[in-house]
Structures are given as C-alpha cells and as structure tokens.
Design a protein around this ligand. Structure first.
Ligand code: ZN
Length: 564
C-alpha cells in the first residue's frame, strides 16, 4: 500500500484486460460496460498516488458497486455504454471514502436530536438552552449536550444554575469528552444521590463546601445517575442511527467504528437487514462482554462489509480535560493528582488476554503516558502468551506518549487510533495542564509516522465533530481553534495532507481488516468515494477547514449530494 508504483501498475493492467471499443459501429460493447463513469476530475487513488501531472488519473469507472478502472478520461470513456451514467467532475478532487476509526455513533445520533450545549459559551447560555429544551419536552430526561466549561473559563457547572428552569425535568448532560456530567436536583433525587453518598471506585462526586453534591459526577460516579435513565425505544434508536448516518455522509464519512454497545449492534443489524444502513459500520462492544461476543461470533460470524463486528473496547484511564488521564507525574495545574485507572488493572489485563485468545480484535483507550506504557506492556504480553496472529491491536487515543512508547508503536506494530481535532481543541489549554515538556510528544503524529507506526484517525464524535476534513486540517496545520497558534501548536508534529488522508482511508481500512476491499480507489475495491469542493492538495492548508463535501458515494451509490 506504500508502494504507489505497484498500485498504479495494478490499475494499468486492469485497464489492459478490458477490451476496448474502437468503432462506433461495434454493436458488441466491451465485455463489460461501466454502470457509471466520472470524468474530468483529479483522482487521488491512495497513499503514494501521483497527485498532479500527466500520470495522475482524472477519471473512474464503476461497476456493481466497485471500482472497475481508474485512468485518463479517454481510457475511462471507452468503458461506457449507452446505459452508463456519466458524471462530470469539473476538475474536482476525488478521494476514497473517509473512515472514522473511533466514534460514539449512536450517542451522536441522539445528540443531533437533543439539547445543543457544545458551543454554549457562557453559564447563562448553558442554563438558557437547557431551560428551553425542558420547556419543549416537559418531563423527558434531558441527556447529551456535550458542554465544554473551558469556553467560559473553566468553572464547572452546578445544578443551582439550572434547577429553577427544570423543576420537574431530570437532567444529566455530559461534558464533551464524556468523562463527567452535570445532574440537576431532580435527577439526583431519582438516583438517590445525597450528601451521604460516597464516591464510587474510579469516580468522584464533586461537592459544595458543606458536602452536598454540586451535580457534577466524574467518570465512574456518572453511573450513579445514568443507571436510572430509562433506555430509549427501538424506534428512537433507529431514528438516531439514521440521523447520525446522514450527518456523517454529508461530511464524506463512509465508514465508522462505533465504540458502542450490544443494543447498538442489534439496532444496526435490524437496519442493515432492511437495507437502511447507508454507510459501513464496525460495531464494537465493551471488552467486559468479550465472552458474549466470542459466542456471538461463533454463532453468527462477523458480519459483512456493510456491518461487521468482532472488536472489543476497553479503558485504561480517563481524559485530559477531566484530569483523569493517567500520567507518571502530577498535573501541573492540579498537583494532587496524576490521573487514575478507570478499570481495575487485574480485570482489564485478564480481559485483554482472554479476548485476544478468543480471536477477537482488541482496542483499548489509553490517554496519559503511564496508561499508554501500561497498555503497550499488556499488548507485548498478549503476543508472548497467545502466540503470533494477525491481531492488529489498537490503542485508542494514544494521546500523551513517552519517546519509548512512540518507538514501540512502530517496532511492535501496534495501531495508534488518534483524533487530530482533539489536538487543536485541547491545544488551547493542554500546556497549563501538563507543562511544556510533556506537550512535545502529545498528539505525536509526525513522530509516530517516522517511527514506522501505522497511524489511523477518527473523530471520537461526539467529543469532536465527525468532519474528517476538519481532522485533516487539524493534523496538517495544528492551528488551535482559539486562533492562538497560527503556525501550529507543537508544530514539529504536523503531517502532510496525503499522510492525514491515508490515516483516514487506507490505514483505517487496515485497522478494520478491510484493506483488500476498501481504503483506496483501485480496481476491484468498493466504490466508496467522495467528491470535494476544492483540491485539498492544491490549496493553502489553512483553507482546508473550508473544503466541503460535494458528493459521497457508498458502493457506487450516491448517498449524499450537496446542491451546487
Ligand atoms: Zn471515545
């Protein structure tokens, strides 16, 4: 996949075996004609592809949902017959469908229909939006929200901000990283959380000076309230997936990994069975349920290329935003803590080893440097104890790394599954939290690639927007969203557009065992592709954030088309 010349030769030889119609009179069309041809564009076929010049392909032919050929306009037009649909690209750039390696997709769907707090920039706006939503949906639980207290200077919200607006409506709204949430008084009552409630293991109940809870529950303490929230109905779940899918496809995302649940997998399967899953889904379930998944795989297989499963996800630590990411040294701005493990180490270690030996695909969240080292050690143990296998172990986030950890990702073939948008978001305040030294190897995209690691990207939606193009902008420019780092935050870790695209396409296909079917625009692979408004290779990287998706195709079908 790295050697472009090889890939191009494959394209050429595929063209060579297609009989060419040379005269108009030939009633016999080519042995096979294309269902659709796209001509007059600039096609980026995948890593290492020629971007500009006479060698660069301008056109594609599609047939039966797959790429039939890639080449020049002339070469591709010869594959068209009378019934072939023709699409003019008008010079626009075509790239493989973008893949998002890490989402909380079902949650995202619910949030699209829920209260919007992501850009609430003041405590007053925060409270007002919750109040309005409560008035519009009286009595229903208000959840989701994805608020960010850094927008108003870092003061944590409290239930007294919203209680008078929500006297009868239980509220539990989450910080955008999902590692803490705010409950109102009604929700705390329903959950039975009082001043007497003790902090659960791996979690914190934030309190007023007199010991009463403020409503903020961190990490495992969130379970005190979330367990009393009634589950959504199946119809609501399906509507959430459909809303999320439309949202993703409009952003060029044709495959997502959902760090999800069994209920999510069941919903995806029902939708897929009715042909109502318009994008590809890797449905991942919690690692604690690995036994159930192993039995499920034995009974039902692993799905198909539209919907597949077989992966489990665990957690080592919390997040930087909640100061629960697990570091060797304390936080600079909270010196009493260096973070925490959110899972019992003995239990997580056993689950990792067992899930792997059951043939499942293991992915584990690790953010702090100590959490990453701990996990790399466990993965080494997996290899030593369970023997060689094509296991593609993944570290989700891999956010703060020691130099040695960066080396190990490359040398040991462990996949860093990272989210570039976090870099331009956290970059606003990460240095105050962990200091000037540790930020040098934070979101270390450049160093990881240089170490030979197979870097993969995602959004962590709903923590960050699902827009992969914005992720590419983030990885290439590292310009923080507050505008404070115009030349890039920790600029030495910037990567190129082609490297970032690869992390969203070919590398993600590999990370999902799909590289023979997806990730590049080569003959035989699925015709999942995106037409962009601007050429991401030609424009100033700063303008990448304004590039729009004009059209998205999955399996040769147009699933999103922006009115031009
Ligand atoms: Zn996540």
């Amino acid at each position: 996949m790295r050697n472009h010349r090889f890939a191009w030769r494959a394209v050429r030889s595929a063209l060579a075996i297609v009989p060419v119609v040379t005269t108009f009179a030939a009633a016999a069309a080519p042995a096979q004609t294309a269902d659709m041809i796209l001509t007059g564009g600039r096609v980026w076929t995948g890593p290492g592809a020629t971007v500009e010049g006479p060698e660069a392909p301008t056109a594609l032919a599609l047939r039966d949902g797959r790429v039939m050929a890639v080449g020049s306009d002339g070469e591709i037009r010869r594959l068209a017959g009378p019934a072939t649909r023709r699409l003019a690209l008008d010079g626009r750039r075509v790239i493989p469908g973008l893949m998002d390696n890490h989402t909380h997709f079902m949650d995202g769907g619910f949030e699209l229909a829920g209260v919007q707090l992501r850009d609430a920039a003041t405590p007053a706006a925060f409270a007002r939006r919750i109040g309005r939503f409560a008035a519009a949906h009286p009595g229903d639980w208000i959840t989701g929200g994805t608020w960010d207290h850094e927008l108003w200077g870092g003061e944590l919200p409290r239930r007294d901000w919203i209680d008078s607006l929500t006297p009868n409506t239980p509220v539990f709204v989450s910080r955008l990283d999902g590692h803490m949430g705010l409950a109102n008084t009604r929700a705390l009552e329903l959950a039975g959380v009082t001043a007497e409630t003790e902090d659960p293991a791996g979690g914190t109940i934030v309190r007023y000076p007199d010991g009463r809870p403020t409503g903020i529950l961190k990490d495992a303490a969130q379970g005190l309230v979330t367990r009393v929230i009634p589950p959504p109905s199946e119809a609501e779940r399906e509507r959430a997936v459909e809303a999320a899918a439309a949202h993703a496809l409009a952003r060029g995302v044709t495959l997502i990994a959902d760090m999800g649940s069994w209920a999510g997998l069941a919903t995806y399967r029902r939708l897929a069975a009715r042909g109502r899953l318009p994008l590809r889904v890797y449905a991942v379930v919690p690692i604690a349920t690995w036994r159930r998944l192993a039995a499920y795989v034995a009974r039902e297989g692993r799905g198909d290329h539209r919907l597949f499963w077989g992966g489990v996800k665990g957690y080592v630590d919390g997040s930087l935003g909640s100061t629960t990411a697990w570091f060797y040294a304390p936080y600079d701005d909270e010196p009493t803590t260096s973070g925490l493990m959110v899972t019992d180490t003995a239990v997580l270690r056993r689950d990792i080893l067992s899930a792997d030996s059951a043939g499942l695909h293991v992915m584990v969240h690790a953010i702090g440097d100590r959490a990453n080292d701990w996990l790399l050690e466990r993965f080494a143990e997996v290899r030593a104890r369970n023997g060689p296998r094509d296991r593609r172990l993944r570290v989700e986030h891999a956010q703060h790394l020691t130099r040695e950890a960066i080396r190990r990702f490359g040398a040991e073939g462990v996949i860093p599954s990272m989210q570039p948008y976090h870099a331009i978001d956290d970059g606003r305040w990460a240095e105050k939290r962990i200091g000037p030294e540790r930020i040098q190897t934070t979101y270390a995209f450049r160093d990881l690639l240089d170490a030979g690691a197979r870097l993969t990207f995602g959004s962590d939606w709903t923590v960050a927007p699902i827009a992969a193009l914005l992720g590419i902008y983030a990885a290439v420019t590292r310009r923080t969203i507050d505008g404070a780092n115009p030349r890039g935050w920790v600029a030495a870790q910037k990567i190129s557009v082609a490297e970032a695209l690869t992390a969203y396409t070919a590398a993600n296909a590999y990370a999902g065992y799909l590289e023979s079917e997806l990730g590049t625009l080569e003959p035989g692979k699925y015709a999942d592709l995106v037409v962009l408004s601007d050429d991401v290779f030609a424009i100033d990287p700063v303008a990448l954030e304004d590039v729009r998706v004009d059209m998205t195709m999955v399996e040769g079908e147009i699933v999103y088309n922006r009115e031009r």
